[in-house]
Design a protein around this ligand. Structure first.
Ligand code: 1CP
Length: 347
């Protein structure tokens, strides 16, 4: 079933970029490439009955992951799941009601000692089964990415119970209860490492750690709650799989990007769009980068899209680059614009 072992990994350009290779026409995929902008996703989500049903039913998760590959032929597929399956597997109920973001029961200080990891990998076994199934269906040359959320980002949802604009509830919690907060993050670190190792063993070629809320912390807190926990996950994964390839995406951290790469030892850095291109090119001198088109250029299409693409290619395509958006694609994006982007990037 898992035929990837006999393949020549040279076919997987995203992995080559992570090793430092530069392509004139860089490999391309999109964050949130399986999602609501696709009619086939909306149809399957309705059939499945809910978002978590999609995530936990291997045949649905495989199919949703394959949808953008079949339609667009991206160079990488990303496992269809969510960063919040980790709290769900730790016994915190997570709900995704249509039209709302995720909803959790906010965790309090006392709840932390009661987090129940006893069933953790059993709970996530359908996801691991999906990884095996996706690898078996993917074209030989397509890279398969697994992922998890960074501990800080996952914790922000566990504490507030939903998305917030500035993560004030989690920041306050960390200041008011630093020891308990460290305990919470450590549980997420251990669980995430175990989860990523299982994904890599099941056939993921590389994994991405989504640190979407890394930008709201001050310098001291950023080091404690973003950099160190991610560095620990990387270390735990490489203790078992020394060659493991890991992408970091600490969205919006500006001048901290470089420290983040150095201290976490990730192989490739995901960049958001809100940085000077000259700075992105400097970061690329330290290693591979991924990004960083503003997703609203993809909604707008036309010249806005072409100019955004050209700006990235002119500044970054002479070094190791995986072309991507600077954050996830949004539901209102026209499919024709995605096609326009792929055509232009591939020349
Ligand atoms: O209604 C629906 O069908 C659900 C929409 C949706 C989708 C398609 C959610 C709810 N999650 C996902 C899939 C998802 N989430 C993937 C799949 C792989 C892909 O195609 O990229 C991935 C990698 C994620 C990761 C994720 N979930 C992040 C990190 C990346 C990012 O966007 O910053 C975060 C923060 C989440 C939480 C989450 N899950 C869903 C939503 C709407 C949110 C954001 C909530 C908020 O902050 O308000």
């Amino acid at each position: 079933m898992n035929n990837s072992k006999s393949l020549n990994p040279d076919h997987r350009k995203v992995l080559k970029v992570m090793d430092g290779m530069a392509y004139e026409k860089p490999p391309i995929w999109m964050m949130r490439q399986a999602g609501r902008y696709l009619p086939e996703y909306r149809a399957l989500r309705e059939k499945a009955g809910g978002f978590l049903e999609l995530c936990y039913t291997p045949k649905f998760a495989i199919d949703v992951t394959m949808q953008p590959i079949r339609r667009f032929g991206f160079d990488a597929a990303i496992l269809f799941s969510d960063i919040l399956v980790i709290p769900d597997a730790l016994g915190r109920s997570v709900r995704f009601d249509a039209g709302h973001g995720p909803q959790l029961d906010p965790i309090n200080v006392e709840d932390i000692a009661n987090l129940d990891g006893s069933n953790f990998m059993d709970h996530l076994s359908p996801v691991i089964e999906a990884v095996e199934g996706i690898r078996a269906e993917l074209p030989i040359e397509t890279t398969l990415l697994g992922f998890c959320g960074a501990p800080w980002t996952v914790a922000t949802y566990m504490i507030a119970g939903h998305g917030t604009p500035d993560q004030a509830p989690a920041r306050l919690f960390a200041h008011a209860h630093p020891e308990e907060f460290a305990e919470l993050l450590d549980i997420i670190v251990q669980s995430s490492a175990e989860y990523l190792i299982a994904q890599l063993k099941a056939g993921a070629d590389a994994v991405q750690i989504f640190d979407s809320w890394a930008s709201v912390l001050d310098e001291d807190q950023f080091d404690k709650w973003c950099i160190r926990p991610v560095a620990k996950i990387v270390q735990l994964v490489r203790e078992q799989l020394p060659e493991a390839k890991i992408i970091g995406f600490p969205k919006g951290v500006g001048q901290y990007y470089s420290t983040y790469r150095e201290k976490t030892a990730i192989n490739m850095m995901g960049l958001d769009w809100a940085m000077p291109m000259s700075f992105a090119a400097e970061l690329q001198k330290q290693g591979a980068v991924q990004g960083n088109l503003d997703p609203t250029r993809l909604i707008a299409g036309g010249r806005a899209l072409d100019e955004g693409i050209d700006m990235i290619l002119e500044n970054l395509s002479s070094g190791p680059l995986v072309f991507n958006l600077g954050h996830g694609i949004t539901p209102q994006t026209p499919i024709a614009h995605v096609e326009q982007m792929i055509k232009r990037v591939r020349g």
